[in-house]
Design a binder for this molecule. Structure first.
Ligand code: ZN
Length: 226
């Protein structure tokens, strides 16, 4: 069997799993550090400033519950910020708010990787659950189902790979906007960068895990049945 019952699978994806754990720890420590350092604006005010400076007065900013639940919704043209990021005047808050503003800027400029990523989301959601399920079914019933499952799961890998330039580019834009608009200085940028780099590392880990899972599925199930 595969998935949660197969210790070989866990061994196979262990590098990605460990990298993901380390990235989570880095986020935790860098965020806590940057949260203690004051910024001149709240996250919401910084985001508003960045959006307005780019002429994106139509993009609204809302507060949503949760911790690090911040995201930009390209369909509704809404930037949703967690309570801490929305209201606190810290380097952590302005850093994350600026990153999400970076996604709004990508959207407004028609940044291609973002458009591709958004188009792939439904397929990736479909493939992440059903892909593995089809492989398991296929292992019992038919080789054809295995390949259908593997192809479905490929959408997850494709999403994760396209997601990397989207995330790195949003952070690059965030850094440029924060310094360019005078919200933070070069010294403060170091702390913001630490948080954004830690967040980027979680996406690298997720991509690695998807790739290793796909490799595992192909190696274990593509041959003749036993
Ligand atoms: Zn992002």
């Amino acid at each position: 069997m595969i998935g949660f019952f197969d210790p070989y699978y866990f061994l196979f994806i262990a590098p990605a799993f460990l990298l993901g754990m380390w990235a989570q720890m880095r986020i935790h420590t860098t965020y806590a550090q940057a949260q203690r350092l004051a910024a001149p604006l709240s996250g919401a005010a910084a985001a508003r400033h960045i959006l307005d400076s780019a002429g994106l007065t139509n993009v609204s900013i809302e507060q949503i519950p949760g911790h690090l639940s911040d995201h930009y919704d390209p369909r509704a043209k809404v930037l949703r910020l967690s309570p801490e990021v929305y209201s606190s005047r810290s380097l952590a808050a302005v850093g994350i708010a600026a990153h999400e503003s970076g996604h709004a800027l990508q959207d407004a400029l028609g940044y291609a990787p973002l458009a591709i990523r958004n188009a792939v989301v439904p397929m990736a959601n479909f493939g992440s659950g059903l892909g593995i399920f089809m492989v398991i079914l296929g292992a019992i019933f038919s080789q054809v189902l295995i390949w259908v499952g593997i192809i479905l799961f490929s959408a997850v890998v494709f999403f994760q790979v396209v997601n990397l330039p989207v995330e790195f580019n949003a952070s690059t834009r965030a850094r440029a906007q924060l310094v360019g608009l005078g919200i933070i200085n070069q010294e403060e940028l170091r702390y913001v960068s630490k948080v954004l780099n830690a967040a980027a590392l979680t996406y690298v880990a997720a991509t690695l895990q998807a790739i290793l899972t796909l490799l595992y599925l192909v190696m274990r199930f593509s041959g003749s049945r036993d």
